[in-house]
Design a binder for this molecule. Structure first.
Ligand SMILES: Cc1cc2nc3c(=O)[nH]c(=O)nc-3n(C[C@H](O)[C@H](O)[C@H](O)COP(=O)(O)O)c2cc1C
Length: 368
């Protein structure tokens, strides 16, 4: 049977596991509709909050790390972009329209609020009335918002994660994914805190705090706004190994947890690695910004090819397949020692065997 990419995660049915990650690719209804038409399995909208007037962006707000030789290739991408600065009421209208027009396409609303129960519960109640399929709680934006005690300021504190997810779960009637920050020592701790309060899934990773570079002519850090800068969030292919590790750690710590994995996915082969480490869905943000929304066709073909190569019929057959092979350093040393001993033993056996043959041949020759 030809493999399928269809999958059901936290009760939501996806045509394929690819979602556009929260950010510029899902910044308004027009581009979200375009993504649905092109075949994305779902879209996580740009993060919204109740009062967009508090959100003021800067220009420039992006910085790129390029390959030293192929200077048109972007290896890493830094942004100091905030959450959406479009009015909340506009977003509610657009969510309503989209769900009327695209009943069978998955729309996840990404939300963030200040550290107040009433604010979180208001946004959840009002947004779920629009008919969106699920929530992603942005507990992880690393720049700008933490100055208002939002985003990563919540996600790096396990007790706040637990509390905020608890407030949301009291009123949410649809699945809730908590989006975690990689800017912590042990990603298992805040993820477990979110799950303890009933989060239905974990999205990871958001961007990694970074400084993209220093302009050596002016000696100013970049991206430079009126001569000054702040550390931003790093994404794109350079972060993929870190993202894979975060997904792996959480998948191993909480077997079966619904993870939406992201960070540097640009091909179906990248996505397959996230699935092999336990991801149920995958998200693409920077990859779509760099390659265009049309890359979804190639992403799906490549993931299907991985399934077919292994004779897997469904994503579930691939999911978590690489996890049992993580162990401790001590165990690696033991395995290496045992393998070496077995090899030496095998060599010794082969030598003995060769010797026996030789002496038998010699004696046969002698009796002739
Ligand atoms: C320009 C830009 C804006 C982003 N804005 C948001 C956002 O509003 N909310 C959010 O949860 N993540 C946001 N992200 C983070 C992405 O959703 C994603 O977690 C991260 O970039 C890693 O995935 P990627 O390498 O595929 O981009 C943004 C990323 C970029 C590059």
């Amino acid at each position: 049977m030809a493999p399928t990419l269809q999958t059901t995660v936290t009760g939501i049915k996806f045509e394929n596991p690819y979602l556009l990650g929260s950010g510029p690719p899902g910044t308004n209804a027009k581009v979200i509709a375009k993504s649905f038409d092109l075949g994305w399995g779902g879209v996580v909208g740009k993060t919204i909050s109740l009062d967009a007037s508090k959100v003021v962006n800067t220009a420039p707000r992006y910085g790129k790390l390029k390959d030293r030789e192929k200077t048109d290739v972007v290896i890493g991408f830094e942004n100091i972009e905030l959450i959406s600065d479009r009015p909340y009421a506009t977003w509610l209208d657009e969510f309503r329209q989209l769900k009327k027009q695209y009943k069978n396409h998955v729309l996840i609303a990404s939300v963030m609020e200040e550290y107040r129960k009433e604010a979180w519960q208001t946004i959840i109640r009002e947004v779920q009335e629009t008919g969106v399929d699920g929530f992603e709680l942005n507990l992880s934006c690393p720049h700008g918002l933490p100055e208002r005690k939002m985003g990563m300021a919540m996600g790096e504190d396990p007790s706040i994660c637990e509390e905020v997810v608890g407030w949301v779960k009291e009123v949410s009637k649809i699945p809730v994914w908590a989006k975690m920050t990689p800017n912590v020592g042990d990603p298992k701790v805040p993820a477990k805190a979110a799950l303890k309060s009933g989060a239905d899934g974990i999205s990871t990773i958001n961007t990694i705090l970074s400084v993209i570079g220093v302009d050596l002519r002016t000696l100013r850090p970049m991206p430079t706004v009126e001569g000054h800068a702040v550390p931003g969030g790093y994404s794109g292919q350079a972060v993929r190994p870190i993202a894979l590790r975060h997904v792996m750690e959480i998948a191993r710590a909480v077997p079966g947890v619904a993870i939406s994995g992201m960070g540097g996915i640009e091909t179906g082969y990248d996505a397959a690695q996230f699935v092999a480490l336990g991801a149920h869905t995958v998200q693409v943000c920077t990859g779509a910004m760099l390659q265009g929304y049309e890359c979804i066709a190639k992403l799906k073909d490549e993931l299907l090819k991985v399934l077919a190569d292994h004779k897997f019929e469904r994503l579930e057959d691939l999911r978590g397949k690489a996890l049992p092979y993580f162990t401790t350093h001590f165990d690696l040393v033991e395995r290496q020692r045992a393998a070496k001993a077995a090899k030496t033993g095998a060599n010794r056996d082969a030598e003995t065997w060769k010797g026996e043959i030789k002496s038998e041949t010699d004696s046969l020759t002698a009796t002739k």
